[in-house]
Design a protein around this ligand. Structure first.
Ligand code: XMP
Length: 507
């Protein structure tokens, strides 16, 4: 498989470069900027991209790649900081400039190769404080903005290019075309990265392993897809275990079991541990304590299962690419990244090796694999759900009564959003409940009942979120249904806090 290697100099957009390239079916991989030249040679890339980054090339401690990269005679593209690195390395000069942030119009001076097929100008996304003052010999300016004379440069003999703007972000018009020009026309990489080929290769690789595989499944898309891939490869040597902690969405435990057993014939054990979790959570009101209890009980039950049903050689996890990457700049060493694993804290004596079939994939790629494997549309489009489940959506002690209210009210919220065509447009939607009460009148009687809080948010990545401006009629319908269908509830409120300063979950 042909591949493009992206050296990560710490830009918040580094991953996006890979994702954009993979979207046109070329495999792209993000590596730390200080990758050794031997490792890079082993990867045998068709071309290398230097990402942006927060540093200045003229600073003493600026991150720089092994200069042997420049002798590899590979096509090179530098983006933002990467552009400045190229200028600096080939003998040009970079200086501090007035900050240029946001949209600028890039005028194209030469549209022969890198900037081919994109017309005379484009709106480009800039985010930089340095610029090329003098470009290296043998380079020419192929594009400029009002404030950056050398916003795009090229040495078409050596196939080395630099662009000051970010083609990977959606705010740059025809940015994908620029990446395509580099990857397809200049590097001549083949478009052979498809999810069908990924499934075929992964299943083939996994079928070579020996021993049994243990996989904890949650009903979420990542663990489901990991399990289904492994099942395709080794059948019943995979044992899936699902711990029902009683903190799931309404009836979710039955749906998950049905999906694995009926639709996919996977060796699947559901452990009903509702009582165990609720007993441990009784009287606990502190949010962090609740999270900790849910995590600890899970590990306990999972360990018991492994002990009784083993021996297992492998523990499968649905870890994705963004959690795996060890970047020299933006993330810590690989050892720290381990804490991303969903099943932390398993005892050493289980002696399990980790199997992570999705470790090369981004989330949108996992969705494509899921569709290939026959995962239902409903699961594919279901909103994310927190690991500690309703324990973080119930404020104060988790009781059976509050659980029931949160489950039924959330189902009403989800169903009404679905019916009104809103469900797929938003990030998460649910009803939370606490201990606050308010008076209502039912018939002629006063009733002191629970207050339910509806939370509906829009987000791209959960780092920030805004509350959704739902139509009042839809809110009225949801409110009516909740008070009519759940006896205990007298008031329904709508949460209008964004993140920040609030978080998406109340606890
Ligand atoms: P917050 O509440 O921090 O949530 O704005 C951001 C996103 O993360 C989810 N979330 C969790 N997911 N384990 C998870 O697997 C957790 O402990 C957890 N806490 C929050 C939340 O649903 C939202 O999408």
């Amino acid at each position: 498989m042909d591949r493009i290697v992206v050296l990560d100099f710490g830009s918040q957009y580094s991953h996006l470069i890979c994702r954009r390239i993979r979207e046109f079916s070329v495999y792209a991989e993000l590596v730390p900027y200080d990758i050794s030249i031997d490792k890079l040679r082993e990867m045998n890339p068709k071309g290398v991209i230097f990402s942006g980054g927060p540093s200045s090339v003229y600073n003493k401690d600026a991150p720089k790649p092994d200069t042997a990269i420049f002798q590899m005679k590979l096509p090179l593209l530098g983006i933002c900081y990467g552009h400045q690195l190229i200028v600096d390395n080939f003998g040009g000069k970079v200086k501090r400039a007035n900050k240029e942030y946001g949209h600028s119009v890039l005028t194209i001076d030469n549209n022969s190769d890198l900037l081919g097929g994109i017309g005379d100008s484009l709106r480009a996304w800039m985010s930089h404080g340095d610029e090329a003052e003098k470009i290296p010999d043998n380079f020419q300016i192929i594009g400029h903005t009002e404030r950056s004379q050398a916003a795009a440069i090229a040495n078409t003999q050596e196939l080395v290019y630099g662009i000051q703007f970010h083609p990977e972000v959606v705010h740059t018009e025809r940015g994908v075309q620029i990446l395509k020009n580099f990857v397809l026309n200049i590097c001549h990489a083949k478009q052979d990265w498809t999810m069908e080929s990924f499934v075929e290769k992964t299943v083939n690789d996994i079928s070579k392993i020996d021993g049994n595989v243990l996989c904890g499944v949650s009903g979420g898309i990542d663990s489901t897809v990991a399990a289904l891939l492994i099942h395709r490869a080794i059948g019943d040597r995979l044992k899936c275990v699902f711990v029902d902690n009683g903190l799931l969405r309404l009836d979710e435990e039955y749906e998950i079991e049905k999906m694995f057993k009926d639709n996919f014939s996977v060796n699947f054990t559901a452990i009903n541990a509702k009582k165990q979790f609720l007993d441990k959570l009784r009287g606990v009101t502190d949010p962090e304590r609740k999270r900790k209890i849910v995590g600890e009980e899970f590990v306990k039950i999972f360990t018991e299962f492994a002990e009784k049903n083993g021996p297992f050689k492998w523990l499968a996890q649905g870890t994705l690419y963004p959690d795996v990457i060890e970047s020299g700049v933006s993330k810590g060493p690989a050892a720290i990244i381990k804490t991303h694993h969903n099943v932390g804290g398993l005892p050493d004596w289980l002696d399990l090796q980790i199997l992570e079939p999705l470790r090369d994939l981004y989330k949108d790629e996992v969705r494509k694999v899921a569709a290939i494997l026959g995962v239902s549309k409903k699961l594919l489009s279901r909103h994310p759900f927190p690991g500690p489940g309703l324990a973080v959506r119930i404020i104060g002690e988790v009781t059976e009564k509050k659980l029931e209210i949160a489950k039924v009210a959330s189902k009403i919220v989800e169903d009404e959003l679905e019916a009104a065509g809103w469900y797929d447009k938003i990030w998460q939607a649910y009803a939370a409940v606490g201990d606050d009460k308010a008076v209502g009148v039912v018939g002629d009687e006063r009733k002191y009942g629970n207050i339910v809080m509806i939370r509906v948010v829009e987000s791209i990545d959960a780092m920030t979120a805004d509350w959704t401006r739902l139509p009042h009629d839809l809110l009225a319908k949801i409110s009516n249904r909740i008070t009519n269908e759940i006896d205990e509830v007298t008031w329904v409120s709508y949460v209008i806090s964004s993140k920040p300063p609030a978080t998406i979950e109340p606890q």
